[in-house]
Ligand binder design. Structure first.
Ligand code: RTP
Ligand code: MG
Length: 155
């Protein structure tokens, strides 16, 4: 078996209370060979959303984004898979929902996305950011320990 990688996948408030969408997307994730390592239902405060998206502080959509992300509960998942970071971003599809119409209508954002901000899903964009983001939501999860055990258990 090839080496597994961890990523953080968030279902945004746009879909997190939509049980049918949540279960449909989870089925697609499982079918695509991901393991659910941790799952957490969570409500971000506005402050926490501002901190999570601090890199976008200067962008015109920052306020829109942080208010939207703290407007309702989210599902946070630590997913494991070979090339999880790249593959999960591919499965989500383009950030801008209008782009999905032409380029990837079958992607998850193509199917469930509403606007460029309410694009339903988040995925870490690098190994370093995946580690930071997993720590951000799962304080008691030891990433290094998980990778060390993975060497022993799954290979
Ligand atoms: P993410 O970080 O959520 O995985 O998305 P991404 O890398 O594909 O997109 P990024 O450029 O990092 O943007 C972060 C989130 O900001 C919201 N956004 N709104 N024009 C807009 O209103 C706009 N543009 C971006 C989206 O929710 C995006 O996921
Ligand atoms: Mg991003």
């Amino acid at each position: 078996m090839n080496k597994l990688q961890l990523t953080l996948a968030i279902f945004k408030p746009d879909i997190s209370l939509n049980e049918r969408a949540v279960s449909e997307i989870r089925k697609i994730i499982l079918k695509d060979n991901y393991l659910f390592v941790r799952t957490k239902f969570h409500k971000m405060t506005l402050e926490k959303a501002k901190e999570f998206y601090k890199v976008h502080e200067k962008k015109f959509f920052y306020n829109r984004l942080v208010y939207s992300m703290s407007s309702g509960p989210i599902w946070c998942h630590i997913l494991a898979r070979e090339n999880a970071i790249k593959e999960w971003r591919k499965l989500m599809g383009p950030t801008k929902v209008f782009k999905t119409i032409y380029d990837e209508p079958q992607s998850l954002r193509g199917n469930y996305g509403v606007t460029d901000t309410r694009n339903t899903l988040h995925g870490s964009d690098s190994d370093e950011n995946a580690r930071t983001e997993i720590d951000f939501f799962f304080e008691d999860f030891d990433i290094n320990k998980w990778y060390a055990n993975e060497e022993k258990l799954f290979r």
